[in-house]
Design a protein. Structure first.
Length: 296
């Protein structure tokens, strides 16, 4: 493949990966619309939907064999998907949600930093600064400009949140190293994550089934933010500009808040406006190679 074609493919894969961030912006709204379903049960149900849909697509394409992968690929895939969600819910149970959420959302910055360890990748100053601007914007979104207090009494929860960030960033980086594993394999990882989440739910939670339109929210979760998003993320981090994708992921909490405002769950504030400027500016800065690189 010629250099121009390689650049075009990399750019396309980057935008495909970013589409996961757009879908994740629907997560909070759809979760709220799903009613009082416990988090691990909701994870199991949504991943089951996402996995079944994925299996259906690759079966229709005659590529069902893509789920047969070495144990290393399964360890990375299931470890990333299930490990992230298990640690995230553990953190929310053991620490205040604002602080736990901010620590967990260190993963975009960690992806940018860890990408320097990948062959052929060079970490530039604008990747780091762009990611830090995104982090600052995320702090404003999550805290509503009110500040953050760290209580050492919640240290187990903070550590679980940090583990959450590490798991997702390492999963994304290792996925890049396993670029030969087709994205169709993610369907199998989703099914395995659904099973493990179901087991964890039975051990830790009381089952609450959705009712009425709440079922539609569960199905939408499995189809988009807990389904298709993981497929396009896998493709993006394997074939796109992982530093740009990592930095752009900070748009998720801002977009999520915008969706909540549009649906009546949140109100606009000055802090959100400033956060928009920081996140958008950081995203453009970190993405300057992709946005302004010549294709020829």
């Amino acid at each position: 493949m010629r250099p121009a074609a390689l650049n075009s493919h990399r750019r396309t894969a980057t935008f495909i990966g970013f589409s996961a961030v757009l879908m994740w912006s629907l997560l909070a709204w759809l979760t709220a619309a799903s009613g009082n379903v416990p988090p691990l049960q909701l994870t199991a149900m949504a991943f089951a939907v996402g996995g079944i849909l994925g299996l259906g697509v690759i079966a229709a394409l005659g590529r069902l064999g893509e789920v047969r992968q070495p144990w290393q690929a399964w360890a990375v895939g299931v470890g990333g998907l299930f490990g992230y969600h298990l640690m995230y819910f553990t953190a929310l149970r053991a620490a205040p949600p604002v602080e736990a959420g901010l620590i967990a959302y260190l993963w975009p910055l960690l992806i940018v930093l860890f990408s320097a360890l990948l062959p052929g990748e060079r970490l530039r100053w604008y990747h780091v600064v762009g990611a830090l601007l995104g982090l600052a914007g995320t702090v404003l979104v999550v805290t509503k400009g009110q500040g953050v207090s760290i209580d050492t009494g919640y240290m187990p929860g903070y550590l679980a949140a940090l583990a959450c960030a590490l798991i997702w960033s390492v999963y994304s980086i290792l996925s890049r190293r396993l670029a030969a594993v087709p994205t169709g394999a993610v369907a199998g990882f989703c099914i395995a994550t659904a099973i493990l989440s179901g087991i964890a739910h039975l051990a830790l939670e009381v089952t609450v089934w959705p009712s009425g339109l709440e079922w539609l929210a569960v199905l939408a979760l499995g189809a988009l933010p807990v389904g298709a998003a993981f497929y396009v993320w896998d493709y993006g981090v394997k074939h796109g500009d992982i530093q740009v994708i990592g930095a752009s992921a900070y748009a998720a909490p801002l977009l999520s808040t915008a969706v909540l405002m549009l649906t009546g769950y949140a109100s606009p504030t000055l802090a959100l406006a400033l956060a928009a400027v920081l996140i958008a500016g950081g995203g453009v800065l970190a993405s300057r190679d992709v946005l302004f690189r010549k294709s020829g």
